[in-house]
Write a protein that binds this ligand. Structure first.
Ligand code: GLN
Length: 281
């Protein structure tokens, strides 16, 4: 039995759900609205303008229960906006974070004429497809070791009208010769590899629901950088640039990995002024 009565309105059900969600979410009211819009098949503005006095859809309570169990809203509704674009997401991919938009902005500012782009660990395709959406002459390859992630990225390339300029390839930088068939070199390389320490204290909604293979990278979170960064030089065109997302406390350690590999580095910060991206060339 839903905790609201059949004669209740959408507005009353949202109010009640927001109270129950407050224990598991910092954004309880917003979550309650987004889940209601999804249950109604409406946008959030349609919900607020047209549906608030209407009847509560049957599926709403099940969605609220999933959120109370800490499942991220993006997985429940199957979508996350990134760089102003709608991306399909599933539990096979990391949910694109607003913090990663600085990597896209840096790429567009630093290499506005890039033609050949490689995205290492593409997941939903968010980084690659956001960059391609702004560079109509460019072609991109997204690689991932997860077939489930590649299926999500392919769906996004299609829905964003970028499939003709995007190749999505199963590959793993831990495997020798993984890049031989990709046809480099590249003007721009993007990467948001796993970089979380294995025992880091993470929100339950992250640790229990997002793919471990996209998050964790050894005791210091540096294992993937140690494998991937020394391989960048061989993948970059002479004037190419690689942009790699880092955790905010990892700038020195990851720069040192680049310097040891003979690369120059530059640090870029996110909107909160924290270290977020390292450039390598
Ligand atoms: N930014 C993500 C988080 O803190 C981690 C992303 C990653 O490991 N690539 O949850």
């Amino acid at each position: 039995m839903p905790p609201w009565m059949p004669e209740d309105t959408v507005a009353a059900a949202i109010r009640e759900a927001a109270q129950r969600l407050a224990a598991s979410s910092d954004t309880a009211r917003l979550d309650a609205e987004v889940l209601m819009a999804h249950a109604l098949g409406a946008t959030r503005s349609e919900l607020l303008l047209r549906h608030m006095g209407g009847p509560v859809p049957a599926g709403y309570e099940a969605l609220v229960m999933r959120r109370i169990a800490h499942e991220p809203v993006a997985y429940i509704v199957g979508e996350q906006e990134f760089f102003g674009l709608p991306f399909a997401v599933s539990s096979d991919v990391l949910i694109p974070r607003g913090d990663s938009e600085v990597l896209v902005e840096t790429a567009l500012a630093a290499r506005p004429r890039a033609r050949r782009i490689l995205d290492c660990g593409t997941g939903s395709g968010a980084l690659l497809l956001a960059v391609l959406s702004q560079l109509p002459e460019a072609h991109g390859i997204g690689i991932d070791r997860s077939p489930g992630a590649l299926a999500v990225a392919r769906a996004n390339a299609q829905s964003l009208g970028l499939a003709e300029r995007t190749a999505l390839v199963e590959a793993d930088w831990h495997v020798p010769c993984w890049a031989d068939a990709l046809g480099g070199p590249f003007d721009l390389i993007l990467a948001n590899p796993p970089y979380v320490e294995d025992d880091a204290p993470l929100d339950r909604s992250v640790r229990a629901f997002e793919p471990a293979g996209a998050l964790f990278s050894g005791p210091e979170g540096l294992d993937d950088y140690r494998i991937l960064i020394p391989q960048l030089r061989g993948l970059l065109a002479p004037s190419g640039l690689a942009l790699v997302e880092i955790g905010h406390a990892q700038a020195d350690a990851v720069s040192a990995i680049g310097h040891a590999a003979g690369l120059s580095t530059q640090l870029y910060r996110d909107l909160a002024n924290r270290p977020r991206v390292l450039g390598f060339w």
